[in-house]
Design a protein around this ligand. Structure first.
Ligand SMILES: NC(=O)c1ccc[n+]([C@@H]2O[C@H](COP(=O)([O-])OP(=O)(O)OC[C@H]3O[C@@H](n4cnc5c(N)ncnc54)[C@H](OP(=O)(O)O)[C@@H]3O)[C@@H](O)[C@H]2O)c1
Length: 236
């Protein structure tokens, strides 16, 4: 049986990944900071999934968990932050730094703390975003953050081989990340965004999770960033 650790697995894309990997028979561990969210997620997945409360930015906590469940065959990191969007001229530097603190640094910290506990044939799968390449006005900050995540993939795939390292680069996804918006505002935004996409739909967490599961499990994939964006890059 393979052991999977999904850091950020208590919501959205990570939760869908955990559900799909559990469905394939993996021993799945999910981690997030909020205990209530973690309990809701383990109940939603059911079965043998194990939940853990930790902050990915805390290397000692990640290393302790990773050591306990080692060897880890599939490490998936799906942390989401909230800042970094807006025209560069208006973006406070402190806000952009905070955005890196929310997504980039915890991703690197968790990955680094897990390395010694990965199996010999393990996979690592990260999540960037279409903003890394879409050239959309107002995304220089958040785009550079996601480019930094995606930029880890190729050098690390070479450095850690035969451990495989990949990432997905999604566009808009309907997940709890959008819960900060009023429901009507969210629906109107999604409707407008979907109309502009070649696929005419907003991705579900399950769509993105299927790609992550492919990257995490297919032994021939390494050093790859798969765009799963509904064709957003064709129109940006
Ligand atoms: N939703 C979109 O439209 C969209 C578009 C492009 C890319 N993405 C990317 O897709 C990935 C997944 O996003 P999502 O929409 O699924 O977000 P989400 O529903 O908000 O889930 C984020 C998960 O990360 C956990 N998390 C965040 N910071 C953490 C930390 N420091 N330590 C441990 N866990 C932490 C959260 O749990 P706690 O808060 O309890 O810690 C939660 O489980 C992210 O990388 C996001 O940037 C999303």
């Amino acid at each position: 049986m393979s052991t999977a650790l999904v850091i950020g697995g208590t919501s959205g894309v990570g939760l869908a990944v955990a559900r799909q990997l559990a469905g394939r028979g993996d021993a799945v561990h999910i981690a997030g900071r909020n205990a209530e969210r973690m309990h809701r997620a383990t109940a939603a997945i059911g079965g043998e999934v194990q939940g853990h409360v930790l902050d990915a930015a805390d290397p000692a906590a990640v290393a302790a968990l990773a050591a306990r469940i080692a060897p880890i065959d599939r490490l998936v990191i799906t942390l989401a932050g909230s800042g970094g969007a807006g025209p560069l001229g208006d973006l406070p530097l402190s806000g952009l730094r905070q955005a890196f603190e929310e997504k980039y640094w915890p991703t690197v910290a968790a990955l680094q703390a897990s390395l010694a506990h990965l199996g010999e044939q393990a996979s690592v799968t990260l999540v960037g975003a279409v903003t890394a390449r879409a050239a959309m006005p107002g995304t220089a900050g958040i785009g550079s953050l996601n480019a930094a995540i995606e930029g880890l993939v190729r050098p690390l795939a070479a450095e850690l081989a035969p451990i495989r390292v990949n990432a997905v680069s999604p566009g808009y996804i309907d997940t709890p990340w959008w819960d900060g918006f009023e429901p009507e505002q969210r629906s109107a935004f999604f409707e407008q965004a979907a109309a502009a996409l070649p696929t005419k739909r907003i991705a579900t967490a399950e769509d993105i999770a299927e790609t992550i599961v492919l990257l995490a499990t297919n032994p021939n994939l390494t050093g790859t960033v798969i765009e799963t964006d509904g064709g957003a890059l064709l129109t940006a």
